[in-house]
Structure formats: C-alpha cells, structure tokens
Ligand binder design. Structure first.
Ligand code: DLL
Length: 432
C-alpha cells in the first residue's frame, strides 16, 4: 500500500532530476528571501547556475543548529509572518530553542510525508490510533496527528503521561495502533501489568514508534510485551518533524521522502562528503519547505544510506537507524561508544530490564563510565553470588562488544526515573 504511489516509486533517474531542479530553485529562493543565506552564498560564490549536477551541492555551505539559534527567532524564515500558519520549537537544554515555522503548503507536505510513512508501516483508515506524544511545541504529536487524520484513521489525541488513563482508553476505545517513543511504549506495558492488564490482550496491533533510538533487541521486547508489529520513523523539528523517513513492512531501513528531502552523508570532522554506503553524519537539504528551508542541514545523527531497491516497491533511499548523534558519541579510553551499542548488550540479558543509564565521569583526567541497570527481580539483590555472576556476565558481554571494561551497578526495579517522552540515557558528570 502506498499513499502517493507515483512519488514513492519514481525511477532513480527521475528522482535525481527532480531533486536537481528543486535544489536550483531553492538556492534562488533562499538567496532572494533570507539575508542570512544571501550572505553565505555570496561568500561561497554559489548561485543556482553553479549547480549543474547534484554533486555540485558540495559548493553550498552547511547550515547548523547554531545558525538557527543565532538568528533566533525568525532569522532563517523565508516568508513574512502573515504566511506562517504554525510554529513549533525544539526545547533544547541550553540557550534559545530552535524555532521553526510552516506555511500552509508546508503543513500539507508534512502531512503527506507522515501519511506515507504510516501507510508504509501498515496503518489504514480502519485504525484507531492513540497518540501518546506530548502535544505542544514538540512536532511528534501534531505531525502524526495530521498525517493519520488525512489517511482517515481515527485519532485519539490523548498526549503523553497519565499512563493508567492511557490504558483505560486503550481498552475502552479499542485502540489498534500506538504512537509513542519506544521507551514510553515499554513503560505503558509495565504499568499495565502492575494494574492487572495483560497488554497482549488489548487490540493494539501496530506501534508507530520514533523520536529516539531503539535497538532491534529493545524493539523485540516491546513487540513481545504488546503482541504488536513495531516500526520506526525518523525526523527532527528543524526538517519538519516526523515524516522525514519511515520504515515499510520490510523494516530494512527507513525510506527518506526524497522528493522533499535531499540526504547526504558526511564526515562530521572534516566535513567531506562520504562515499555511498559509508556511515557518517546525515546532512539534509529541504527541497520543498517554504517557511524555513534549510540548505545542507547538519543533523548530527550518524547513519548510512542504502540505495538498493526495496521489496516494498518504494524507490526512495533508506537510512539506517541512527547509531546515535555525533555529539552523543562518547570517547572512552580512545574507543568510540554509542549508547545504542550498550543498549543492545543489556537488552539481551534476561535478568535486567530495558531501563538503564550511562553515567559519564572523569577519572584521572580521562572520560570513564559506569552503567546503572535495573534488575527485573529485586530479590536478586540479596543473593550475593548470583548478583556477582550477573555483573560478570554483563561486563564480559560489554567487553566483547565495546572492548571496554565498565563498572556495572545493579539496581532495584523502578529506581530509574520513567519518562513519557524521550528517555534520558546519559548522565554526564564529567569535569568540563
Ligand atoms: O523527535 C521528531 C519526531 C517525532 C520524529 C516523532 C519521529 C517521531 P526533535 O525533537 O527535534 O524531533 O528530535 C530530533 O531525535 O536528530 C535524532 O537524534 C532523534 N530521533 C528522531 N527520530 C529518531 C529515530 C523529533 N527514529 C532528534 N531513531 C534527531 C533515532 C531519532 N533517533
């Protein structure tokens, strides 16, 4: 099933022709409408005429989150406010939020991209979908909301939190699909069991998860707990929100809506464009956005592009699940570590749950880490030798995967704070 079959199954040559055409138009558009870009492009000596092939994109300077922040709030907007009909923003832990604005056409394009990905995941107009993302400036809830409504599904805009009520509604209203972060899906299942509901007996058959990383092992746990089919989708508020990419039923990477987003993979240190198939930082140029178009936006997410044809019939390139963010990568004793690698190891160990935190610290002027992990069965804490054996097993597995020795702290169940949004996996206590 497709939402916009013609666009989703274009021949590669046609896609590239369209991308080149849109890219040239975009360069003209931002040059005319955004003084920030005019200055940047002038400095780099780039005009639309200089872009003769898609690889000429390399002449265009990158845009970063800092550029959006430095021009806060509207400096990168390409349309007067009378044409902007919606604002979203990403919270950001420090400094100004990144504010993004949408024209009416942007909202339509966004909804189409989301309708595409939910259809690719297997949603239909028959579905009753509970949206457990927080409504508000975060793009997750309203993004999925409009795309699903456009499809004709029944949307329950319950927002995040109040987990027992989520379960009551799910049961009473016959929810068939769940929209949330993977972490929250796991937490709802946990609460369900506590209040005597087996999530597997509910009607939820499809999980439309996204907004944070989720290892395959974690995904299997969620599927098992709910008896559902889970798909992943990727996006970020600067690019529109959810809708940039999503998995089809084959779940072999997330199809990027290439008629609207032009992806590249670069070396995040040198800034050089990488060869096809290599891992690196994902950079995206928005080809259709009017409100706040972005030229070569550095996402900081580390991924890889797969141009092979997909069995589903979609021709759009697939991005691998991000390994993490280039700024989340931790260098410990010279080894690059992504939290997702640690998660894959932990999830494969039956005695520990999916709740963990990586605590970074400074030891002898070097970065080091410990891992706090919740036990599934708290009574293990009194069985010293079993506990020690478990710690050894985890250390050994991590050593095999990461080549690093980590201190493991096994904790009582429920001692790590639960969240209805993105999980906080890293506690950074390093001396700056
Ligand atoms: O999280 C948009 C979104 C909402 C996507 C709902 C999917 C579903 P931001 O809050 O701006 O936007 O966060 C963007 O989240 O740069 C990634 O690091 C991370 N991220 C988003 N989706 C995924 C995913 C939304 N599927 C940042 N896998 C991005 C891994 C993801 N990381």
């Amino acid at each position: 099933m497709f939402w916009q079959k013609d666009a989703e199954t274009m021949e590669r040559g046609e896609i590239e022709k369209l991308q080149l055409y849109k890219l040239k138009k975009l360069v003209d558009y931002v040059y005319t409408n955004v003084p920030f870009y005019r200055e940047r492009l002038d400095k780099a000596g780039v005009t639309a005429d200089k872009i003769k092939t898609l690889s000429d994109i390399k002449y265009i300077p990158y845009t970063t989150k800092e550029d959006i922040r430095d021009t806060y709030p509207y400096g990168l907007f390409a349309q007067p406010m009378k044409n902007i009909v919606r604002i979203h923003a990403s919270s950001g832990t420090t400094g100004n939020p990144t504010v993004v604005g949408y024209t009416k056409n942007d909202l339509k394009m966004w909804s189409d991209c989301v309708s595409r990905l939910v259809v690719a995941a297997g949603a239909t107009e028959e579905d009753i979908v509970q949206i457990c993302f927080g409504y508000g400036l975060f793009t997750g809830a309203l993004g999925l909301h409009y795309g699903l409504e456009q499809l004709g599904a029944t949307v329950i805009p319950i927002s995040s939190g109040n987990t027992e009520k989520q379960l009551k509604m799910m049961k009473d209203l016959g929810t068939t699909a769940l929209v949330s972060t993977p972490t929250y899906a796991m937490y709802i299942a946990e609460v369900a069991k506590e209040i005597g509901i087996d999530p597997r007996t509910l009607k939820v058959r499809l999980g439309l998860f996204g907004s944070e990383g989720c290892s395959l092992e974690m995904r299997s746990k969620i599927e098992e707990a709910w008896n559902l089919f889970a798909t992943d989708n990727y996006g970020m508020s600067e690019l529109c929100g959810p809708g940039v990419a999503g998995e089809c039923r084959y779940r072999n990477g997330m199809h990027i809506a290439e008629d609207h987003f032009l992806p590249e993979i670069i070396d995040s240190v040198s800034g050089d464009v990488k060869e096809r198939g290599e891992w690196g930082e994902l950079v995206v140029t928005t080809l259709s956005k009017e409100g706040i178009p972005l030229l070569r936006y550095r996402t900081k997410d580390v991924s890889c592009l797969n141009y092979d044809t997909c069995e589903c019939g979609r021709t759009h390139v697939r991005m691998e699940k991000p390994k993490g963010r280039s700024d989340d990568m931790i260098k410990i004793k010279g080894v690059n570590v992504f939290p997702t690698q640690i998660e894959s190891v932990l999830i494969s160990i039956p005695q520990v749950g999916p709740h963990y935190q990586i605590v970074l610290k400074t030891v002898n002027f070097m970065d080091d880490f410990e891992i706090n992990i919740e036990l599934i069965d708290g009574s293990l804490l009194t069985k010293y030798s079993e506990l020690e054996n478990l710690q050894k097993t985890i250390r050994h597995k991590l050593q095999t995967v990461l080549g690093l020795d980590a201190k493991i702290n096994l904790l009582e169940p429920k001692s790590i704070e639960r969240t209805a949004g993105k999980a906080k996996r890293i506690i950074d206590n390093r001396v700056k």
